[in-house]
Design a protein around this ligand. Structure first.
Ligand code: NAD
Ligand code: DAU
Length: 331
């Protein structure tokens, strides 16, 4: 296939690009604005085999340039961090909603298949059981509200214009190349540095952990075998509360358990996410990586790739950390 992958320099997008180029021989153009979360280094293994366009998805000229010659658009591009959306939602509205609209128009004008990468957060929180694709949409944060708005716009293009749309909703991803604002890489790097481990609230919030390569395969399966107009959930094989995740990271890094610090909770913090992936399983998808094995691989990757995260931790991330956590990051 000839794919336009938007947001392909980020954590999940770059994993998807590596998979499609290496294992499937797809021709890929990446369109990415290279925000703080996007890095060319994430694509270095396939750099010579892809076309890279730096630009924003909300810019119709950049999109028109990037989409030339492609058969399908896969959109990962988004502002993705819930805490940043609570502090300042505006950029989330521009990228996640306006940007999605510009991409949908580009797909409509050219008759291209369109896949939107979405999230379990559109369903809100669930005490027991798991969300299916027909569960009501009840987002809690500005981030998840913009992702929900984008999903509804995508579905409207199927119903109104018969555009071949697909939506794949993933649960919490983890793995190599994840920016250290998110729970798992933040805790790994702080643990390795002997820094405090800030757990929100009582640490009892539960997430449904999905290794990033499993999500990349689920998105590929949805793109190739999904039915137009449909939504597919892609959930991880294991659930775990945050405090248990942090304790496992302490064991894997050998850090001092006394580094755990309970801090003020996130406003509107969803208690539990859980996805049923039966519909995607019917297309042949299975999660292959269990949480314990995936977490050990992830810790190992961060241990071995200081070249990747050293530059992040010494740059603008320090200012973000100080602003958000009210204290400096340990050098
Ligand atoms: P990320 O923050 O690591 O990467 C986002 C990428 O999008 C970066 O490369 C960034 O430069 C790019 N980008 C941001 N704004 C842009 C714009 N206006 N135009 C072009 N590019 C832009 O994110 P991620 O964790 O890899 O998430 C990718 C997608 O998957 C997002 O749509 C997210 O909502 C969704 N998702 C994430 C998770 C998760 O656990 N991380 C789970 C389910 C779904
Ligand atoms: O569920 C899918 C979503 O997962 C994606 O759509 C989002 O893009 C992605 O950011 C992620 O959202 P979460 O809010 O679940 O992930 P985060 O890593 O920010 O937080 C995971 C849990 O850990 C959550 O309950 C909050 C908690 N947490 C997080 C941080 C950063 C802490 O206790 N301390 C922290 O310092």
């Amino acid at each position: 296939m000839r794919l336009l992958v938007c947001g392909g320099a980020g954590f999940i997008g770059s994993t998807f690009v590596r998979l499609r180029v290496r294992d499937h021989g797809d021709q890929v153009t990446v369109l990415d604005k290279l925000t703080y979360a996007g890095r060319r280094e994430n694509l270095q293994e396939v750099e010579s085999e892809i076309r890279f366009v730096q630009g924003a998805i909300e810019d119709p000229l950049a999109v028109a340039d990037a989409v030339a010659g492609c058969d399908a658009i896969v959109n990962f591009a988004a502002e993705t961090h819930v805490d940043r959306s609570i502090a300042d939602p505006e950029g989330f509205i521009v990228t996640n909603m306006q940007g999605t609209h510009v991409l949908l128009e580009a797909a409509r004008e050219r008759g291209l298949r369109y896949l939107q990468v979405s999230t379990d957060e559109v369903y809100g929180s669930i005490e027991d059981g798991s969300f299916t694709e027909s569960s009501p949409l009840e987002p809690s944060s500005p981030y998840s509200a913009t992702k929900t708005g984008a999903d509804l716009l995508v579905s409207s293009y199927f119903h109104t214009y018969a555009l071949e749309t697909l939506i794949c909703r993933g649960s919490n991803n983890y793995g190599p190349h994840q920016y250290p604002e998110k729970l798992i890489p933040l805790m790994i790097l702080n643990a390795l540095a002997g820094d405090r481990l800030p757990v929100y609230g009582d640490g009892g919030n539960v997430r449904n952990w999905l290794f990033v390569e499993d999500f990349a395969r689920g998105i590929g399966d949805t793109l190739l075998r999904g039915a137009p107009g449909e939504v597919y959930n892609c959930g991880g094989p294991d659930e775990c509360d945050n405090l248990t995740v942090v304790r496992r990271i302490i064991e894997l890094t050998g850090a001092d358990p006394g580094l755990v610090e309970f801090v003020t909770d996130r406003p509107g913090h969803d208690r539990r996410y859980s996805l049923s992936s039966e519909k995607l399983r019917a297309l042949g998808w299975r999660a292959q990586v269990r949480f314990d094995a995936g977490l050990a691989r992830t810790v190992q990757w961060y241990r071995e790739n200081e070249w990747w995260w050293g530059a992040i931790r010494s740059g603008a991330y320090r200012e973000y950390y100080e602003r958000h956590y009210g204290r400096a990051l340990k050098a």
